[in-house]
Design a protein around this ligand. Sequence first.
Ligand code: AMP
Ligand code: GLY
Length: 421
Amino acid sequence: MNVLLVGSGGREHAIAWKLAQSMSNKLYIAPGNPGTAMCGTNVDIVPSDIAALVSFAKTEDIALAVIGPEDPLAAGAVDAFNAAGIKAFGPEKGAARLEADKAFAKQIMRANAIPTAESRTFDKFEDAKAYIASRDEAVVVKAAGLAKGKGVFVCDEPSDGILAAEKIMCDRIFGQAGEKLIVEDKLLGQEASILAFVDGRSIYVMESSQDHKPIGDGDTGPNTGGMGAYSPAPIVTEPLINQIVKEVLVPTVDGMNRNGTPYKGVLYAGIMLTQGGPRVLEFNVRFGDPETQPILMRLKSNLLEVMLAVCDGRLDRVSLEWEPKPAVCVVMASGGYPGDYEKGKKISGLEKAAQIEDVVVFHAGTAEKDGNIVTAGGRVLGVTALGDNIAGAKEKAYKAAGEIDFDGAYYRRDIADKAIS
Ligand code: AMP
Ligand code: GLY
């Protein structure tokens, strides 16, 4: 069975790495990166060119397309593959709105009594401004559309909230994603990422994980796509998982069915563990990046089989085996990220890092140039390690990161500390 994986980030390298372990036929990655090239064959088609992806899939006898990132899902990639008679892993366009339109996600949550922050949606800046100005507590201001994980501003002062709303709605720093604005209450607590396979009816919850969104140590500075992750998250106990399944995942899957947009693929609930219980911060309609790197390093079972079970609606017959050892992923980024940064910096030390036992260096924003691996994006590498415990995994991941160098390399030094202390 030939498989086509769409995407080029660290998440896609992790998916390709895992799929390659169970592939008997060909794995293609479009467009992939130098990391995925070690797992299969990269194909020079961008994820936004859905017609070209489908036509490639037809000529190469692809039996399953796996869509990694949110943009092609929101643009209807799964619908297009299905229409061509090809199985595709991920939600259809209508269901992908759960991530692509935060106002839609809030409607689904409200209609199904799913716990989340109180919020209001605006389509005019003046209205948003008046509302924010009328409040004296902290607010969270979000672009309703897709903004690569950077569209959220947590503002302790209303004046900052108004500035954020202006940037999103008037300056359109995230383009069309800023047509609508969500203003919600700030929630306090630790965050956890709960990822589940969903086949339209059945739900299989993967091992828990925790991301580190802000750029700086101690969770300071602007939000990024994610600067590191670990799995499992010890704060997510079994009773808490059960509560999240009952209060969040089951009503979401049911609500999506009632809405006429059944959900298939990976459902990712970003959860704030508040004193009042778990609250949904956001839904993503795909694997998280970088959470996927530590999660899939811990998956012992065949990823291809579970993806096919999701497509075929027989997830209830799947059980997965997980490595009990925890994993930690440290993201190495280009200096300046999440703002402007330079590209094309030569990366050294990759082989030495990969030689450390139980370490995998997942590529994200990298490229090959004149026989060298160079930087080509904000998040460059996800250095991931298994350890006997979280502290051990952290130590190994940082040891491996220490072997790698490129001009301007930046990474947080405190990934997983929350789980250790
Ligand atoms: P989102 O993309 O909606 O998950 O938001 C990105 C990050 O912003 C989250 O991971 C949280 O750290 C933070 N965030 C979002 N919504 C809230 C909220 N209501 N209260 C506090 N922090 C939030
Ligand atoms: N790590 C957050 C995300 O994938 O959106």
